[in-house]
Design a protein around this ligand. Structure first.
Ligand code: IPD
Ligand code: CA
Ligand code: CA
Length: 271
């Protein structure tokens, strides 16, 4: 077994265990708090699931560095390896009892996403990928869709927690792409959006304001399923920019162009 496949198994072990916690605590929360920004929630399920992921990583790869949503930067001295962990992606859904959430565990090696696991315990769906080994859903190979024209697509997007504080809030892009396509969905969980593109349920995804723990795992999975991930303008993706354009590759140029030319909405629309 290669080293990447060994890391993939470690991530899967952690995600499956954390997913059990999410199921156990679902609709039985005692503690829901806001993390500073209005609407950005954290629950005891986020914390308990993260503790399990950290325990599994500390057992198998104690030297590696970790960036975990609720605990920040942790781990050993080996900066070559950085695990990006979202123990509960889709916290708002979860806190409302809407079962669209997942555990997302990605590994960057030398700054490049190379291993990804996204586990949605509510659908019992385990997405896995390692660079060069393809992507699977519940251990069966997956591929992106073949849709080639924007007018025949369905897409997905999301809106960051700072959306009331900036006019760069994705509302204009959402309106324009709703107009140009068969529809734009909003799941509330970035990792699920990425994996839904990876397995061909959706044709493309874009979003701004994302964090490395939201997207590292999903990037590997969608790329290994034949998808393309770039910045909005088609340039190489910079994970720290928080901005992603993800497609089945066939619609990449046309979605990039549409995003860049989206007619602006009046700046005072909601002021
Ligand atoms: C959020 C979800 C959502 C996206 C937000 C993320 P969280 O993560 O992925 O879809 O629109 O930008 O912060 O807070 O539920 O882990
Ligand atoms: Ca998240
Ligand atoms: Ca989260």
């Amino acid at each position: 077994m290669s080293q990447l496949q060994a890391f993939l198994d470690i991530a899967s072990e952690a995600a499956l265990e954390a997913g059990t916690v999410l199921q156990d605590k679902f609709r039985n929360l005692k503690n829901i708090q806001e993390k500073g920004r209005s609407g950005d929630l954290v629950t005891e399920a986020d914390k308990a699931a993260e503790a399990i992921v950290l325990k599994v990583l500390n057992r198998h790869v104690p030297g590696h560095q970790i960036l975990a949503e609720e605990s920040g930067t942790l781990g050993g001295n080996d900066a070559k390896y950085l695990w990006a962990i979202d123990p509960l992606d889709g916290t708002t859904n979860y806190a409302h009892g809407y079962p669209v959430s997942a555990v997302s565990i990605g590994l960057m090696i030398d700054g490049i996403p190379q291993v990804g696991v996204v586990y949605n315990p509510f659908r019992n769906e385990l997405f896995r990928a390692a660079k060069g080994f393809g992507a699977t859903l519940n251990h069966r190979p997956i591929q992106v869709s073949q849709t080639a024209q924007l007018k025949n697509t369905i897409l997905v997007t999301g809106f960051a927690y700072d959306r009331r504080e900036t006019t760069d809030n994705n509302y204009a892009e959402f309106c324009y792409l709703t107009h140009l396509t068969q529809g734009v969905r909003r799941s509330g969980a970035a990792s699920i959006d990425l994996t839904d593109v990876a397995c061909g349920r959706l044709d493309g995804y874009w979003e701004r304001g994302l964090s490395p723990w939201d997207i590292t795992a999903g990037i590997v999975i969608v790329e290994e399923a034949g998808g393309l991930v770039t910045a909005y303008d088609n340039s190489p993706v910079d994970i720290s920019s928080g901005r992603l354009l993800v497609t089945n590759s066939k619609i990449h140029d046309s979605l990039s162009q549409a995003l860049l030319e989206s007619p602006r909405l009046p700046a005072d629309l909601y002021s």
